[in-house]
Design a protein around this ligand. Structure first.
Ligand SMILES: *[C@@H]1O[C@H](CO)[C@@H](O)[C@H](O)[C@H]1NC(C)=O
Ligand SMILES: *[C@@H]1O[C@H](CO)[C@@H](O)[C@H](O)[C@H]1NC(C)=O
Ligand SMILES: *[C@@H]1O[C@H](CO)[C@@H](O)[C@H](O)[C@H]1NC(C)=O
Length: 452
């Protein structure tokens, strides 16, 4: 082939490079707007991208369930394939084939709104269970080698990246010039995770050693740790035995180790972001390190607790959200709902004001229109050991965010379960009483009829 025929191809190649040059990380560019989100059904409409593009983040962070990779059998109590109840004979979820998962990622990546975002912002991320390959799966999941490759393809990870050589998708980034540095640490809570209820490891030894180096490494004004599952809230403690969700709190020793590591690293400005639970919430734990540890949960981009029930039940969902005890949740006057949780599609929006002295950070949850549904704002200097002592002295509401859910009085902790079983018991008693009344009424009549 004549070399001249390669010239148009070369120009095309250059043109193809332009978008990636525009979105290429510039280590010294100041980063002041970061968006994040989780739980996006690739087959559903995804209007939320318009609002995210409008927010104009420099970085977007995926926190998992970026696609719903696994397949789900229908909810079936009776029949040949029973997926629920103690008599169930097939699992509700089963993994996709490599080809199926690739197609799902292609669908997600072709979404016009998401495409627009990719052209404007650097997109990074980690995974949760459904894109890892299977609902609630951990290290035992056998498809993890090919699902890792497909996630990294989806995130446009370079072919020669070390992230493609390691076991798991954990990684970190450093943005911004000296004095305005933002470090983002993305954890992998799947690849090495021991079974639920084992109180074993979430990260596994190699990832722990890596995380230690990352936290002890070069300083940054802010360090965002992205975890697919919630770090601070322990929803299961107050929703059990009705239902349980995954979280760091289900692995208490591992969670304690994480807090101890942050504390001993003496690193300032650490905060968590998370996803997974299909609602948004801002939580804070004041007894994990020497300064408050925030965990901002945004979930999901399409999946949400309120949209999973018929519209008439939405107000019941909101009432239940108010009734669920949440000692870690941050209640602020700007929340849209009384519960200060948000059960419809949402994304997280972080804004850093580098011009104010001291620097300020604002973290909000926003709805699909881009309107705030709640948020917190504080000087970055609050995330330093010294200020905790100061705040305590000034009598801030610190103790409020130190009581674990499991330390709540029994009647408060199990409010939901009591309400649930109380309602059932009330119903059963009503039915029994009514039956007795009916029976005695029908008994009276024949007697009366005989005597008359
Ligand atoms: C990176 O950003 C800085 C500050 O905005 C700018 O001065 C520099 O030229 C940029 N470098 C590249 C390679 O784009
Ligand atoms: C995703 O959306 C499609 C189309 O609305 C729906 O059929 C499917 O059940 C959804 N999947 C999940 C996991 O919600
Ligand atoms: C979270 O709740 C679960 C379920 O009640 C409990 O087993 C676990 O110990 C709790 N974790 C923490 C850190 O309190």
């Amino acid at each position: 082939m004549a070399s001249s025929s390669h010239a148009p191809l070369f120009v095309l190649f250059l043109l193809l490079l332009i978008p990636s040059l525009r979105t290429a990380p510039n280590a010294t560019a100041v980063v002041s707007r970061i968006a994040f989100g989780s739980c996006a059904n690739q087959s559903a409409p995804q209007p939320v991208w318009e609002a995210i593009v409008e927010f104009d983040p420099q970085v977007f962070i995926w926190l998992g369930d970026n696609v719903y990779g696994d397949n789900k059998r229908p909810f079936r109590v009776f029949g040949r394939e029973r997926t629920v109840g103690p008599w169930k004979n097939v699992p509700r979820f089963y993994p996709a084939t490599e080809e199926e998962l690739r197609r799902k990622y292609e669908l997600a990546k072709a979404n016009p709104g998401y495409t627009k975002l990719r052209e404007r912002a650097q997109v990074i991320g980690t995974w949760d269970d459904h894109d890892y390959g299977l609902n609630d799966a951990g290290k035992e999941f056998s498809g993890k080698v090919f699902t890792q490759r497909l996630l990294l393809d989806f995130l446009d990870e370079a072919e020669d990246s070390s992230r493609r050589q390691q076991a798991g998708v954990y990684t970190s980034y450093m943005f911004g010039p000296e004095g305005k540095r933002v470090k983002v640490i993305m954890l992998d809570t799947r690849y090495h995770r021991d079974p639920l209820l084992s109180d074993g490891s979430i990260l596994g030894d190699p990832q722990w050693q890596w995380l230690e180096r990352e936290l002890h490494g070069p300083q940054s004004e802010i360090t965002i740790i992205g975890s697919s599952i919630q770090v601070v809230s322990n929803l299961s403690a107050t929703t059990g035995p009705l239902f349980y969700v995954e979280s760091w709190a289900r692995f208490p020793r591992e969670r304690e180790r994480l807090f101890r590591l942050i504390d001993s690293s003496k690193r300032n400005g650490v905060l968590f972001i998370s996803g997974d639970v299909h609602f948004g919430e801002i939580a804070r734990f004041d007894c994990g390190a020497q300064y408050p540890l925030y965990d901002i949960t945004s979930s999901g981009l399409t999946q949400s607790v309120e949209n999973s029930v018929p519209a008439v039940f939405r107000s019941i969902m909101r009432l239940l959200a108010v009734l669920t005890p949440t000692p870690m949740r941050v209640f602020t006057p700007n929340c849209r709902h009384k519960s200060c949780s948000y059960g419809q599609p949402n994304f997280g929006a972080i804004e850093i004001d580098w011009n104010s002295v001291p620097h300020h950070i604002k973290v909000e949850l926003r709805d699909v229109q881009g309107n705030s549904v709640g948020g917190v704002q504080f000087p970055i200097s609050e995330l330093q050991p010294l200020n905790t002592v100061l705040n305590k002295k000034q009598g801030h509401s610190f103790e409020l965010h130190c009581t674990l859910e499991t330390e709540l009085p029994w009647l408060v902790r199990y409010r939901l379960a009591l309400l649930f079983f109380g309602t059932i018991a009330g119903f059963v008693i009503a039915v029994v009483l009514l039956s007795i009344a009916c029976l005695s009424a029908t008994n009276i009549c024949p007697k009366k009829c005989k005597t008359s």
